[in-house]
Design a protein around this ligand. Structure first.
Ligand code: MG
Length: 284
């Protein structure tokens, strides 16, 4: 038997039917950890936090990360992501920074010390004004979450591993880390995810287990998200690489087909079986 503290399975969930499956799905599939997509502002109350903690306790499930998200974000295609996602779009930057602070405070109510987010598409030119401003806003966010004794985990995919490494180094905050999503590297056309771990592995503190296939025009159009094990990530190679970089944390399954809940649940079960089998094979 593999030590149960190594690579516990996780799943991406939501409370109010945003991204991610409902908590009951994790429970029914005997998945011991979750990441939570934040509820919308009106749902982030102390009462909701209290009842959610009780549900987690009753089910014996551990919350490992609260992911931020905002009204107006769209993942419709790559140009839309650039325009709408995260703290990058200028018009909404300061209001979203404020909202991320509130999400961090809500995560604290939930007893969670990790806050995740898609920062958005950071400009590649490290000398441009916008890049410097995004570094500043990220520092402000890191400082707030630090006051809540939390870390920030940036979701990967919207930039290459080299760019992300530079960004983290430029930001110079000790609580800034990475939530590594191998499929996003492929879907956005931002490089081979296994090689990326050689570059940014030291910052990886949480991961998504998601699979995808390359676009025929990488970086211009989306690749396709597919069930775990059926895409171009190479899940066994991915897990072996995670072991090599010293990662022992949760393997959080993400499968974003909320419009097909039955299929979503079946594919998450399949992913969980696959990850358990591979964990046994790799660590035994
Ligand atoms: Mg992800």
């Amino acid at each position: 038997m593999v030590d149960k503290d190594i690579w516990p399975i996780g799943v991406f969930t939501s409370i109010d039917a945003g991204l991610g499956v409902r908590l009951e799905v994790a429970s029914q599939l005997k998945i011991p950890t979750i990441q939570l997509h934040t509820p919308m502002r009106e749902g982030r109350s102390p009462q909701l936090a209290e009842s959610f903690i009780k549900s987690l306790d009753d089910l014996g499930i551990e919350l490992t990360c609260v992911f931020g998200g905002f009204d107006g974000e769209s993942y419709a295609d790559i140009p839309t992501v650039e325009r709408t996602v995260g703290l990058v779009p200028q018009e909404t930057r300061s209001s979203r920074l404020q909202e991320m602070r509130e999400i961090s405070d809500f995560a604290r109510l939930l007893g969670c010390n990790v806050v995740g987010l898609h920062l958005g598409v950071v400009p590649h030119d490290r000398n441009c004004k916008d890049y410097a401003e995004i570094v500043t806003v990220t520092r402000q966010l890191c400082d707030h979450v630090s006051s809540n004794e939390q870390s920030i985990h940036l979701e990967t995919g919207q930039e290459t591993a080299e760019s992300l490494r530079h960004f983290i180094q430029d930001t110079q905050r000790p609580n800034l880390f990475i939530n590594f999503d191998p499929a996003n590297m492929i879907l956005y056309g931002m490089g081979n995810p296994i090689e990326a771990l050689d570059i940014i592995g030291e910052y990886v503190r949480s991961v998504h287990c998601k699979d995808g296939t390359w676009s025929d025009q990488p970086g211009i159009t989306w690749g396709r998200e597919v069930p775990l094990g059926e895409g171009d990530v190479g899940i066994e190679t991915y897990l072996r690489k995670l072991k090599e970089i010293g990662y022992r944390g949760p393997l959080t399954i993400e499968r974003e087909i909320p419009q097909e809940p039955e299929r979503q649940k079946a594919e998450i079960k399949h992913a969980s079986d696959l990850l358990r089998m591979l964990t046994e094979k790799i660590w035994r």
